[in-house]
Design a protein around this ligand. Structure first.
Ligand SMILES: [Zn+2]
Length: 422
């Protein structure tokens, strides 16, 4: 039976020379999120963590802002990290000079590509846009920098003009074109079509997708499927408005669904997410894809029993793969086998009748509290149950004191909001 189940394991391929490169922008687009500010110390710590996890390029911020922002970018560039360090710039020579001051090896040159932006934001012409791009790319390449040209609002740009925009950048030596779905308005099908078109015309593409319709990760993957080789991510999907494609989602989806293992240390994803969540004063929702505490929590009787028999029954990959732990949560939807196993962990052997009796009380309490139960609460229920039976000596045990000690010890270890609740 177990052998049969193993054929359902989604096997990631061996890491090879990455076919896709991660350019993480937690420190730039992530920090642009309304209400988010990282301290200088936190920016440096996040850059180091991203580097340790194996991100290929880190977008560190905007040197033209000057002050602390520029000083911190210089500090990060001086750390000697393995990752390439990329600074964000408007398509303005002065911005690029600030980036050069910081000693970064790569720059993003950002310019609007849609007519609505060109006419109503920049109040310029398409030709002016192309001229600015050409001038800035030529300047940056002349200084030996890696250059990404960011086509802002590319998803609303005229496709023929977007191609001219990308080709103008490429003619001047730009290394890639960042396709920005700035408003997050594409779906994966449209994304696939537009990226295929740009790829067939010889451009190297990076995906920059936003989550306004909940499709940032799906669109990033659609772009990669169409031939994009870079993807701009943020930890926890932090970013303007509804956020960007989440690093942990893109990497794990590529690994398990796309069969592309980028070789990142995914087992540190929860740790990285927790650090960025704290630094951005955001909580990680329990139901957050990949790194939420509920991703490997099982309560319903059928699921919990199935997972205990073999995790592959209800888990697509192992919790250790992202630095999480499996939890069997006891609550309204639990079954009697879960009750049996849970109390076995506490050193208490229940018979079938006890399991049913305790389960009824567990369900009633969970409904009253509107949540799953802590281990300690299960012990209270257990003692109430015994009292109801008028039985002072727990079933299958030598003495109540020993039971309490074992039970309470377990409860104390697990009675945290993370480990003990759904
Ligand atoms: Zn953005």
């Amino acid at each position: 039976m177990v052998n049969d189940l193993n054929s359902f394991v989604i096997q990631p391929p061996k890491p090879a020379e990455p076919a896709v490169f991660i350019d993480d922008t937690t420190l730039r687009d992530g920090e642009q999120t309304a209400g988010v500010v990282f301290s200088n110390h936190e920016k440096i710590r996040i850059a180091k963590l991203l580097d340790e996890v194996g991100v290929h390029q880190i977008e560190v911020g905007i040197p033209a802002m000057g002050g602390d922002e520029k000083a911190t970018i210089r500090q990060i560039a001086d750390l000697g990290l393995d990752a390439s360090i990329l600074a964000w710039n408007r398509a303005v020579l002065d911005d690029l000079r600030h980036s050069l001051d910081c000693g970064v090896d790569a720059v993003a040159v950002s310019m609007s590509a849609s007519d609505i932006h060109i006419e109503h934001k920049l109040r310029k012409s398409r030709q002016w846009v192309l001229d600015q791009v050409r001038q800035c790319v030529a300047f940056a390449k002349n200084k030996g920098l890696y250059v990404s040209v960011n086509a802002e609002d590319a998803s609303r740009a005229d496709l023929e003009f977007l191609l001219r925009f990308g080709q103008a950048a490429k003619d001047e030596g730009a290394d890639r074109l960042r396709f920005c779905d700035t408003l997050g308005i594409l779906d994966p099908f449209d994304t696939y079509n537009v990226i295929s078109f740009l790829k067939h015309n010889g451009l190297t593409i990076e995906m920059h997708t936003h989550n306004d319709f909940g499709m940032a990760t799906a669109n990033a993957l659609a772009g990669i499927k169409a031939g994009a080789t870079y993807v701009n991510t943020t930890v926890n999907g932090l970013g303007e408005r509804a956020g960007n494609a989440a690093l942990e989602e893109v990497v794990m989806a590529l690994k398990y669904l796309g069969k592309v293992d980028l070789g990142l240390q995914t087992s540190r994803f929860r740790e990285l997410s927790e650090y960025v969540a704290a630094a951005s004063a955001r909580t990680i929702p329990a139901w957050k894809s990949i790194v939420g505490t509920n991703v490997f929590a099982h309560e319903s009787g059928i699921h919990a029993d199935g997972v205990i028999k073999n995790p592959l029954n209800y888990e697509a990959f192992a919790p250790e793969d992202v630095g999480l732990e499996r939890q069997i949560v006891v609550g309204k939807h639990s079954g009697s086998r879960t009750i049996y196993r849970k109390f076995q962990e506490f050193g208490i052997e229940l018979n079938k009748e006890d399991c049913e009796g305790i389960l009824a009380m567990v369900r009633q309490t969970a409904v009253e509290l509107k949540r799953a139960l802590f281990d300690k609460e299960l012990m209270y229920i257990y003692h109430d149950y015994l009292e109801r039976l008028g039985d002072a000596v727990p079933v299958g045990m030598n003495g109540d004191a020993a039971g309490e000690q074992r039970g309470e010890g377990q409860a104390a270890r697990s009675a945290t909001p993370e480990a003990g609740r759904a």
